[in-house]
Design a protein around this ligand. Sequence first.
Ligand SMILES: Cc1cc2nc3c(=O)[nH]c(=O)nc-3n(C[C@H](O)[C@H](O)[C@H](O)COP(=O)(O)OP(=O)(O)OC[C@H]3O[C@@H](n4cnc5c(N)ncnc54)[C@H](O)[C@@H]3O)c2cc1C
Length: 591
Amino acid sequence: MPRYIAPVKDTQFLLHEVLKISAADIPGYSDLDEAFTGAVLEEAAKLAGDVLAPLNMVGDREGCVMENGVVRTPTGFRAAFDALRAGGWTALDADPAYGGQGLPHLMHTAVNETFVSANMAFQMYQGLTHGAYSAIHVHGSAEQKATYLPKLVSCEWTGTMNLTEPHCGTDLGLMRTKAEPQADGSYRITGQKIFISAGEHDMADNIIHLVLAKAPGGGTGTKGISLFIVPKFLVNEDGSLGARNALSVGKIEEKMGIHGNSTCVMNYDGATGYLLGDLHKGMRAMFTMMNEARLGVGLQGYAVAEAAYQNALAYAKDRLQGRDVTGAKNPGEAADPLIVHPDIRRNLMEQKSFVEGARALTLWAASLIDRSHRMGDADAEGLVSLMIPVIKGFQTDKGFEMAVAAQQVYGGHGYIEEWGMSQFARDARIAMIYEGANGVQALDLVGRKLATDGGKHVMAFFDMVKAEVRAHDGDARMAGFAEPLKAASKQLQQAAMYFMQAGMKNPNAALAGSYDFMHLMGHVCLGLMWTRMAKAAYVALDGGAADRDWLEAKIATGRFYMARQLPACGMHLARIESGAEPVMALAAEAF
Ligand SMILES: Cc1cc2nc3c(=O)[nH]c(=O)nc-3n(C[C@H](O)[C@H](O)[C@H](O)COP(=O)(O)OP(=O)(O)OC[C@H]3O[C@@H](n4cnc5c(N)ncnc54)[C@H](O)[C@@H]3O)c2cc1C
């Protein structure tokens, strides 16, 4: 069975040496000293390693089962969910007014990574609930907040997000689910939603569905869409559970991965719903939570890759196969371990350098979310909004690629279910699709985010990278970081300039290059993170830190990323500058 050990040391290094959180001016950060975050992360590591990870394969094998409309989660999930609740893990960054602990989103993100790595399908039940909590917290009336938030914070009740319908996922303007106003102020919700994660299960007393639907008078397209709270059981005035609402599960989907999470067809047959936020402003309400939700999915990309990497590394040290070409490392045995071979090293370094870079980027973005929420910092909000499609799209593409790379280390054994490596690849795959498929993330980045506020945020990002490069001028030790970062950043700017010029004449020229741009920017972001991490490691070494081997390994891993991964930026730029023609040359009939 695969193993998982939470990377507490690496997370602590990022929080305290790179992000320097306890000295940051963000409200709530001064409480996050090393001892505190270390204690939280160690406790989370125990739950992840001892309880959640052992259930990962169980969830994959048993899946969720529906009998007579009742969905059963895999063996052990209910007890594990109780443990999650009992430990207060569902309340970390929630509002204390509703039973939360009021910690920064950064801490939630760091802990969330650990739980996702251990068992992504399981952690999604909490993840969806956190999304519903955030929506009601931002858009709910005082009464709605009092009714739903305490139960969602404790996860006594769980939440879902219902957007997708059989004929529309990306293009929600085509939505058919309707909401009819009732005399008492509620709405009758009728329609079918598909692919609803955690739509039905046996781990909570009630499930609060957030449903997008069209109410009369809103016009066509996405403008007419509103957001509704549709509980599985209606809630009485005293907070007790009332009648069962007119909604049901049509079926649970058979799917490629995340078998432990129930993906449901939900039928709403005149169900009672309550408007959340403003009428006909449902899309806007959804968008306010988009940054957090997409950051969470981008995190899934590298969190699953982390678990896969840990196992690939252990296997590479254990499996004897072939000899080191420079001389036997294991002369007493018939062969050397896999890890002596340069191609296995390449593979492991690709995984390690991606995962550690993505962790840094994700935690930095979480700190920007805190800065925007806790300080009302519009620049931080703009910057993180720019970064989100990159984090979601690039990190989930690479996360899947790295899960497959980890599988490759096992050779044929990676393809055999017993080893668990195939599950990592299958689980990681969905993160590229849901919460806006990655092609759509690229469109969002190039079609919307680059131009937001007159390009102010992308210019701020370019300036930030330039400042980082300049900060290492004349520092020979940092040249292997600053120079490739400078070159890659120039390529990114050149690509943005190409879009401005060619895209004006032909929008397809920009859209044909959008996916490459997302990856180009992903590499620049990780290059920036590796430059910051290397600097922090040198500072720690210069200060006489005890863990020299670990810090030197950190620097070497960063060097690998800069030398072996950043050159991909040149390829992406060349593809972008080839424009729309090679992509659009064939008429649809000619395929
Ligand atoms: C396991 C699982 C769990 C899910 N959980 C949820 C959930 O909890 N709640 C929920 O509401 N939904 C959920 N979904 C649905 C998911 O979010 C959608 O499947 C996804 O958004 C894509 O929509 P679609 O499947 O209709 O694909 P389509 O919208 O038909 O898109 C098909 C392809 O075309 C591309 N595409 C579409 N439009 C454009 C365009 N204009 N330009 C370029 N490319 C385009 C897309 O990138 C995609 O690759 C889940 C799906 C799965 C499989």
